[in-house]
Design a protein. Structure first.
Length: 540
């Protein structure tokens, strides 16, 4: 009798297994947010401050780790972004109350805050840790649970950072499971998280394809589109200060922030003066031949060359065979037109700044609009000028929701050198096909139930002072690892899981320090992982 041969099917990545993984983590997050809603403002802010302190104390560690793992950016600049996503972010919203009912006696209305619930947060490879910090702080300030989906190219540093912040939150009194992270992200698994009925809101920061997927998930989503910020230097500007600020901004973290200046537009009458000023602050002005070499290097048949993302100006010049001073901070490429034919007028997440000269202000503003038609609609623009009429005309003509005046756009649009709300998720609004046009903050993660009395003066308004939600009965039971009553967070894996799929991590208290990480991909492979999402935004 012939032996019977059976084909064993690996079901670890089947839709049912992936759905089960998502359900387990989201179920635990639902429990955590139900418990968290019982906390008062004092207890909530104590948790927020503890997490902000952990972010601040570990800013350098995770800045170094992110650059080492991804190859993008500058450690010192990433450290600053990590610090800015701690106490400066918290202090900006510290006087806002997202916890207590708000009473409007004159209008006879009481507003009761209602947190979103479970937030699934997608984060990019270019700003991995600062985005995680920012989204966790916002979620905690509004008593939401958060499940983070890190970019695969920044997975190790993100998993370790999220676990560290989860320990800080739980140690300060937060319910276990309020912060969780997907340890081994992949597209089918993330899709299960995004479309799950247990997900209350998706916060998407990343490429255009990622944001569109979030919006098509059937769950509420807030996302951002790509940037391509034009900067107009007017004849009324302080040329020296404008040049300094533009170079500072374009070189910051090797230009990985989507708020950085992409194309500089200026007038013939100040062209020579501006070029000299830019050179004085570390810019290298390319010749026509060098510009063509850079054009071919940055843009090829398949789109943008992702090897250039987050690299410094000297490295890019060396790859192109261009000799530049060792202290060169940005490369400036003069171009003669704006449009799909001129690839350098598209977004470039590297310290290469296109430079376009026009004869008058009317053409300058028209060209700024043309830049945003390529990509970046709704995002950001900058202007350096002292003539208020020019500033007003520019701001009311370009199709963006933030126009930065006489400040670095990278930091200004993100709210760190302006009084805009500090943010690493920049709403692009109607122009950019996004649901929000402002910098996203904690106010967007909570809605309000309104108690509205009859406005007839004869109807007496009630006394609601010192009243708040009353929770009857015991706390809900924690569904740790799908087993009611268990409180020890463990790695969750689908049934019959293979060793290549380690599932999800419920990030609760555990030993500190970096966890062992098995490098499954080479650096080259990891960098290629971001190609598709970047090209979706850049290949237009």
């Amino acid at each position: 009798m012939e032996p019977q041969v059976r084909n064993l099917v690996d079901i670890s990545t089947s839709p049912a297994a992936l759905r089960s993984c998502a359900d387990l983590v989201l179920g635990r997050a639902q429990w955590a947010t139900q418990v968290f809603q019982r906390y008062d403002r004092s207890a909530t802010m104590a948790i927020v401050d503890a997490v902000a302190q952990a972010i601040h104390d570990n800013a350098q560690k995770y800045a170094d780790w992110a650059v080492e793992e991804t190859g993008f950016g500058v450690p010192a600049d990433k450290k600053l972004k990590n610090e800015l996503s701690a106490f400066p972010l918290v202090d900006y919203y510290r006087d806002e109350d997202f916890i207590n009912p708000q009473i409007d006696i004159g209008r006879k209305i009481v507003k009761i805050p209602r947190p979103a619930g479970v937030i699934v947060a997608l984060t990019p490879a270019t700003n991995p840790i600062s985005t995680i910090n920012y989204k966790i702080i916002m979620a905690l300030m509004t008593r939401n649970a958060i499940v983070i989906s890190p970019h695969p190219a920044a997975r190790a540093c993100c998993v370790d950072a999220a676990e560290m912040l989860a320990r800080a939150a739980v140690s300060a009194g937060a319910p276990d499971g309020i912060i969780q992270i997907i340890e081994q992200p992949n597209i089918p698994l993330i899709e299960e998280f995004m479309k799950s009925p247990k997900t209350s809101l998706i916060l998407a920061t990343g490429g255009d394809a990622m944001v569109r997927a979030a919006y098509s998930s059937s769950n509420p989503a807030m996302g951002v589109g790509p940037g391509n910020a034009p900067v107009f230097v007017d004849s009324s500007a302080d040329i020296s200060k404008a040049a300094e600020r533009i170079v500072d901004s374009k070189s910051f973290d090797n230009s990985v922030l989507c708020t950085n200046e992409s194309v500089l537009v200026t007038l013939t009458q100040i062209d020579k003066q501006l070029r000299r000023a830019l050179e004085g602050y570390g810019a290298y002005i390319c010749s026509d031949e060098e510009t063509e070499v850079l054009r071919r290097f940055l843009f090829h048949a398949k789109g943008f060359n992702v090897e250039a993302v987050g690299r410094d100006a000297v490295w890019i010049a060396q790859e192109c065979g261009i000799r530049v001073p060792v202290k060169t901070r940005i490369l400036v490429t003069p171009i003669t037109q704006i449009g799909v034919e001129e690839r350098l007028s598209k977004e470039k997440l590297c310290p290469v700044l296109a430079y376009h000269v026009v004869p008058n202000r009317t053409q300058a503003i028209a060209q700024a609009r043309a830049i945003l038609r390529l990509t970046g609609a709704g995002h950001s623009a900058a202007i350096h000028a002292t003539d208020e009429r020019v500033i007003m005309e520019y701001a009311s003509t370009v199709e963006v929701y933030r126009v930065i005046v006489n400040a670095p756009s990278s930091q200004g649009s993100a709210g760190f050198q302006t009084n805009l709300a500090p943010a690493f998720t920049i709403g692009t609004g109607f122009f950019g096909r996004s649901s929000i046009g402002e910098n996203i903050g904690p106010q967007h993660l909570v809605h309000w139930t309104r108690i509205a009395y009859n406005k007839d003066p004869s109807e007496t308004f009630g006394h609601f002072e010192n009243l708040g939600p009353e929770f009857a009965g015991p706390l809900p039971q924690a569904p740790a690892d799908g087993v009611p009553g268990s409180s020890s967070p463990k790695t969750i894996v689908p049934p019959n899981s293979s060793s290549e799929f380690t599932g999800l991590k419920s990030s609760g208290p555990k030993s500190s320090g970096p966890k062992p990480y098995r490098e499954e991909f080479s650096r080259e492979e990891l960098r290629k992982l971001i190609a598709e999402e970047l090209r979706a935004a850049l290949k237009r």
